[in-house]
Design a protein around this ligand. Structure first.
Ligand code: HDE
Length: 699
């Protein structure tokens, strides 16, 4: 802004920037430090004092302005989803959807629409860690030619509650407890489980929350879901129900729980850094946009209500139609201005997209606008660059705090006949192209009088929780049961775990029994059900393990080196990792590097103690025998290997590295391989679930 001001002054024929510089002897083309009023600052190191050891003077407007601005740098953090990371990118349409929707961004195959995406954890504060067990927000703002469309979703296709009226209770229960302000960023505490165990409608979501979905390996490796049923509306007014899905190009992948816990110490910013580095190195994260399209007839035939956000529609029933892709190709220039100030709102939709009567969605339509006013402080938050539509905005809304526009003329009402904005007197309604609520919304007309009630089918809380359970592979089931044990073991209120067990028995007897065993509790009677669950066919699409892609692309391999490392072997392994699309990261006891067998010094990317193996997807040990014997005496090195083994990762090692492997208790299996040929890069593309029973007892 300061720069523009100078340019304007030049244009107006006043004293120019150049002339000012010549007056005072500063170089004309230097970037001058100024106050917010544009006054050049001569000294940014010393405040104005009375004598060089005397008191600071009140008249020092440079100091006062700087500190004043600093004092107000923070704004209220988001009440939920406070911790987030964002990036710019674009959406590219694969095929025209003109027959289904008139939304402009879905008309022309190959066309790109700019967007900004923000991923977040839910419970923790803005400064909390990236890897707690938590749902992840997945919010996308499309800057379409017809205005902004925000698809504000999560990485899980269902939600905890059915009605917006319960949201404050959910959030109060899960966030840090109100008297003691802990725990930060985690659900493993009394109030969350007290509330959840009293709310059977949470059960389906709890199954997802206790699965590996809530400990993603990377923001780039998680799915996204719009959750609610929305509508797409064609130019002819035909309306189709839709559920939105984002499918990551790298496949879904999660960490194991012990790894996620240790990541909290290894790198608080693990996901933020991963996203940033991927974009900075040109490995642009990518997701495909998929639609589940269905009509009223299908909706009416289901034994669950499509307006209930605790239910999903199995992909096997309504296949996902891939219609385009999102590519994130630019990191933010400024975290605060963009990622922090971006203001999403599910009510931001464009002609051709419409809401359904999902009572959770309906409540959200109010909440987001309201929260932005308290977070960003003004009703003009839409003028902040990251929120501003990239199409014209024309109306007679005026004034308000932080108004950035300078509307001209007297006409600030509609209709008017002042002809100040052209013959029509300013912007007018657009009955043909403007947004109009779909007439095809049968769900609008199906109600009786004014009621505080839910549809009958909303009362079934267990059928889909069971669907999720039976769609998981045995290791995934063991992770779910173990997570329930972990979380409920942190609960100190004696009445809560039995209540939760009573609910879990309605999902699956075996699950209830395993969690009870893990807790050392007697299995209580089943809790009464409001509506009897019914059987559903398993949906393999709900399993991570069944759908994980064996890829090294986008993944990171830690390579341990030390003095005496074989130079040729190291070169070969780094080349193989990079050829397979992975990143090779050299770890050494000293950051300055290691003296290789050819006497050259190889600088390390990370020092051993600061680069634990949980930061990598697979590890390789390229050590001389002497170094391996030496490192076997160092806890950091032994732990490095033990953790890689315990986190079910591939370990490649030269024969000479064996003393360290042995010390770490590494037992042979398919993931323990040599470094010759392609065996390591092939092994490094996956995890070794079969190893798990050898390294930990699961419920
Ligand atoms: Fe949100 N949610 N939410 N939510 N939500 C917010 O808006 C709210 C819900 C989601 O990166 C808040 O700007 C209510 C479901 C994401 O900035 C707030 C209800 C889903 C983000 C709010 C829900 C979400 C938010 C807090 C129940 C998945 C972060 C700060 C009716 C479909 C967006 C803010 C970002 C943020 C309210 C339920 C996703 C308070 C009342 C369901 C990804 O307005």
């Amino acid at each position: 802004m300061a720069k523009n001001t100078f340019e304007t002054r030049k244009g107006e024929g006043g004293e120019t920037h150049q002339q000012v510089s010549e007056h005072n002897g500063d170089t004309a083309d230097a970037a001058h430090l100024t106050t917010n009023q544009g006054i050049r600052i001569s000294d940014n190191q010393n405040s104005l004092r009375s004598g060089d050891r005397g008191p600071t003077l009140l008249e020092d407007f440079v100091l006062r302005e700087k500190i004043f601005h600093f004092d107000h740098e923070r704004i209220p953090e988001r009440i939920v989803h406070a911790r987030g990371s964002g990036a710019h990118g674009y959406f590219e349409l694969f095929e025209s959807l003109a027959d289904i929707t008139k939304a402009d961004l879905f008309q022309r195959a190959g066309e790109k629409t700019p967007l900004f995406a923000r991923f977040s954890t839910v419970a923790g504060g803005a400064g909390s860690v990236d890897t707690p067990r938590d749902v992840r927000g997945f919010a996308v703002k499309f800057y379409t030619r017809e205005g902004n469309w925000d698809l504000v979703g999560n990485n899980i296709p269902v939600f905890f509650i059915q009605d917006a009226v319960k949201f404050p209770d959910l959030v109060h229960a899960v966030k840090m407890e109100s008297d003691r302000a802990f725990p930060q960023a985690g659900s493993a505490h009394d109030t969350f489980w007290d509330w959840a165990s009293l709310m059977p409608e949470t059960t389906h979501m709890l199954m997802w929350a206790m699965s590996d979905r809530t400990i993603p390996r990377s923001l780039r490796m998680m799915e996204g879901f719009g959750i609610h049923t929305f509508r797409l509306v064609s130019a002819e007014g035909k309306s189709t129900f839709v559920k939105f899905h984002w499918k990551p190009k790298l496949g879904i992948q999660s960490t194991v729980w012990d790894e996620a816990l240790k990541l909290q110490a290894a790198d608080n910013d693990y996901h933020r850094r991963d996203l940033w580095e991927a974009i900075a190195t040109g490995n642009f994260p990518e997701w495909e946009l998929g639609l589940q399209l269905f009509d009223q007839e299908f909706a009416d035939a289901q034994p669950y209500d499509v307006l209930d956000a605790t239910k999903l529609i199995p992909e096997e029933l309504i296949p996902i139609r891939i219609v385009g892709r999102m590519v994130l190709d630019r990191n933010p220039d400024n975290f605060f201005a963009e990622t922090e100030q971006v203001a999403f709102c599910p009510a931001n939709i464009v002609p051709g997209v419409d809401f359904s009567n999902d009572p959770l969605l309906q409540g959200r339509l109010f909440s987001y606008l309201d929260t932005q006013k308290s977070r960003l402080g003004t009703a003009n938050f839409h003028q902040i660059p990251i929120n501003a539509p990239k199409c014209p905005v024309m109306n007679f809304q005026r004034d308000g705090q932080m108004q950035m526009n300078v509307p001209k003329g007297r006409a600030n009402y509609e209709p008017n006949s002042l002809a100040e904005h052209g013959e029509a007197g300013g912007p007018r309604e657009c009955p043909r192209t403007g947004f109009s609520t779909s007439e095809g919304r049968a769900d609008l007309h199906e109600q009786g009088g004014k009621l505080r009630a839910r549809g009958e089918l909303f009362a079934d809380h267990y059928s889909q929780a069971r669907l999720f359970w039976i769609s998981q592979q045995p290791t995934e089931q063991a992770h779910i049961a173990s997570s329930f044990v972990f979380e409920l073991s942190k609960v100190q209120l004696a009445q809560v775990p039995p209540r939760m067990l009573a609910n879990l028995r309605n999902v699956d007897e075996d699950l209830g029994r395993r969690v009870a065993d893990g807790l050392g509790l007697v299995l209580p009677d089943k809790s009464p059900t409001a509506r009897e669950p019914f059987a559903m066919e398993p949906s393999p699409a709900l399993s991570i393990h069944a759908n994980m892609k064996a890829l090294l692309t986008g993944r990171k391999v830690g390579i341990l080196i030390a003095d005496g490392t074989d130079a040729a072997e190291l070169k070969e392994i780094v080349a193989a990792v990079e050829k397979a699309g992975g990143t090779a990261f050299l770890v050494s006891p000293r950051i300055g590097g290691a003296r290789l067998s050819d006497e050259n010094i190889m600088k390390a990317d990370g020092q051993l103690a600061g680069s634990p193996s949980q930061l990598f997807d697979a590890v390789a040990l390229v050590l001389s025998n002497a170094s391996a014997i030496d490192l076997a005496k160092q806890a950091a090195a032994v732990q490095w290997v033990m953790d890689a083994f315990g986190h079910l990762k591939a370990i490649g090692s030269s024969e000479t590295s064996k003393p360290l492997l042995d010390k770490a208790g590494v037992a042979p299996d398919a993931g323990i391989v040599g470094l010759v040929g392609t065996s390591f890069v092939e092994a490094a593309a996956t995890r070794y679930w079969d190893r798990e029973p050898k390294v930990r007892a699961l419920a």
